[in-house]
Design a protein around this ligand. Structure first.
Ligand code: AGP
Length: 591
């Protein structure tokens, strides 16, 4: 999953492109590069490592180009290296391409081009695009691109420039995200909105099968057959401040603290968006499909939907869904939960379900994202842009939307919505715990393995707490149903194993306490998350993290926050790159 930026206009392109790439770095960062056109020449500069390596190599170079494209890479084909970094060019260095996605038939295309005498410099899939466009070029860049895209299979968003037309960028969108920024006498291309927010809020979101033909004077959109496509310009509501750190050390910490607002904005947004065009009871079964943290949100949502709507609900990993023999039918509602709305596993799984007649509902944080546009219905979280790779505020915002979905139309709707409205103040209170968690982090940051345990609504929170820790601190952590411990994992327990147990006073509280006793008799270190004033729990805990008491349904909102903070402070104290952990990307647009 990579980030693309393009600029053509009257300003110097380089600083604008580098600024855009820095705001896209969360999408992937093992190499970066730019291509500029100046005095009829194509200038390409690319470096392994983060954007700052590229900036250093460009420092002081007198480039004044008014057109360019840039790329930050998360390797899919070809290891991170300078020759595999984008942009890629044709043999004569007259065309440059930056690409996000996978050309699934690139090996065939590569062999065909090699037979025609083309020599390759990299082993990426992207390079074939540059050679094909050069081969198809006959005086019109758009025509060359139209001929090229017909030969490509897979998911691709790419931008191309050529020395033959030094005031034109052509961008293509198929399967991976691409937006156009409309300026005055200048125009932009980017993988994601935050890249261009400082320069314009006027954005066109391209759909699959669309091509943007961009010059300083204007933007024209076509389909892959070359037919003009009318698109509306969206005024982006986010302001760049909300996409900056706001005084926090990391985006992740800022976003943890934004959760009261994210939950409040989401429930207000959902209530104002009015009634849903369907009732859950219209369906035989609800299938929730997602990845990572969004999958954990789905596991919580399952309990609420079955409780309030009484409809059988399954939660399936998107990457598993398409390859099993799920009996999907038009009696199913398939919910795609995805904060980015671009996760390719989730997107493909939803398409798979739709082809089999199911109705699809997108639960996304980005309006106009692929999953949003390709679903029959959409519910939006209003968490604002989440830049930290580790999902936090979008998770609690997803919980809000799922609880809203579950109670909508039930006899307890009014009462439940009133309870949800109280969550932001409960979260504000919970966030006061940060200092305690910082001290706990100091104490346990050197541990090599953690177990997270929970029952019922706390089991998905155990999974989420474990994921947060492992993805930003690189410490092995496993979430487990507390009742499952005796069926094997309890063998892991010893005096070196911190065991985090989520134990709100809910229907499984007594059972959870006995699981804690099982851990203690095997000398495990027990860190518990429970309600303020729960002396019984505190007494049997080595570490007791007190959160405000809430009614049973709402416990996930308050119990997840200390786990987010614990993971954050451990990773921060280990001096790791909290916002851009190794090997990860914010949005995974490859299968
Ligand atoms: C969560 O912290 C991770 N960043 C990752 O598991 C993420 O939740 C997953 O990739 C799904 O992303 P999505 O919500 O944008 O689809």
């Amino acid at each position: 999953m990579c980030g693309i930026v393009g600029y053509v206009g009257r300003e110097e392109a380089l600083p604008l492109i580098l600024g855009g790439l820095e705001r896209l770095e969360y999408r992937g960062y093992d190499s970066a590069g730019v291509a500029l056109i100046e005095k009829g020449k194509l200038i390409v500069d690319k470096k392994v490592g983060k954007i700052r390596e590229l900036v250093k190599s460009l420092w002081g170079k007198p480039y004044k180009a008014k057109i360019g494209i840039g790329h930050t890479r998360w390797a899919t084909h070809g290891a991170p290296s300078e020759e595999n970094a984008h942009p890629h060019t044709d043999e004569k260095g007259e065309f440059a391409v930056v690409h996000n996605g996978i050309i699934e038939n690139y090996l065939t295309l590569r062999e065909e081009l090699k037979k025609e005498g083309v020599s390759f410099r990299s082993n990426t899939d992207t390079e074939v695009i540059a050679h094909l466009i050069a081969k198809n070029y006959n005086g019109d860049l758009l025509e060359a691109v139209l001929k090229t895209v017909r030969k490509l299979e897979g998911a691709f968003a790419f931008a191309v420039i050529t020395v033959h037309e030094p005031e034109r960028i052509v961008g293509v969108k198929q399967g991976s995200p691409l937006v156009v920024g409309i300026g005055k006498g200048e125009n932009f291309l980017a993988s994601d909105i935050p890249a261009i927010l400082p320069y314009t809020r006027n954005v066109i979101t391209l759909s699959d099968g669309e091509i943007a033909d961009i010059t300083p004077e204007g933007v024209n959109i076509y389909d892959f057959e070359g037919n003009p496509v009318a698109k509306e310009i969206m005024i982006v509501p986010w302001d760049i401040i909300s996409a900056e750190k706001g005084g926090f050390k990391h985006f992740m910490l800022k976003e943890i603290y934004e959760q009261p607002k994210a939950v409040g904005d989401t429930i207000r947004g959902l209530v104002s968006e009015g009634d849903l065009p369907f009732s859950l009871k219209d369906f035989r079964r609800i299938l929730m499909i997602a990845c990572g943290t969004s999958y954990h949100a789905g596991l919580v949502g399952k309990f609420w939907i079955e409780k309030y709507a009484g409809v059988p609900t399954e939660v399936v990993y998107a990457s598993e869904f398409r390859y099993a023999d799920f009996p999907v039918s038009d009696e199913d509602l398939v919910v795609g939960i995805s904060q980015s709305g671009e996760t390719i596993d989730t997107k493909f799984a939803l398409n798979f379900a739709k082809e089999r007649g199911a109705k699809t509902l997108a639960l996304v944080n980005v309006v106009g994202s692929s999953i949003d546009r390709e679903s029959d219905y959409s519910l939006y979280t209003h968490a604002g842009p989440e830049i930290g790779v580790a999902a936090t505020k979008t998770f609690t915002a997803q919980l809000t939307a799922l609880l809203f979905l579950a109670v909508k139309g039930s006899e307890r709707e009014e009462e439940a919505l009133r309870s949800i409205m109280k969550i932001p103040s409960k979260l504000e209170k919970t966030l006061e715990l940060s200092e305690d968690l910082e001290n706990l982090a100091l104490k346990y940051m050197k541990k090599k393995d953690f177990l997270y345990l929970g029952r019922y609504l706390s089991y998905p929170i155990a999974l989420e707490g474990a994921l947060k820790l492992k993805e930003i601190s690189y410490i092995h952590a496993e979430g487990y149903p507390a009742g499952e411990m005796k069926h094997g994992p309890i063998a892991l327990i010893d005096e070196n194993m911190p065991v985090v147990v989520i134990a709100p006073k809910d229907r499984v509280y007594e059972k959870t306490l006995s699981n804690i006793e099982e851990v203690k008799t095997r000398k495990g270190i027990v860190l518990t998350v429970g309600y303020t004033g729960d002396e019984r729990l505190k007494k049997i805990s080595d570490e007791f993290i007190a959160v405000p008491e809430v009614e049973e349904d709402l416990s996930p909102f308050v119990t997840v926050v200390p786990l987010q903070l614990l993971a954050y402070h451990i990773a921060s104290k280990l001096g790791l790159d909290v916002d851009q952990p190794r090997n990860l990307a914010k949005t995974v647009t490859v299968e």
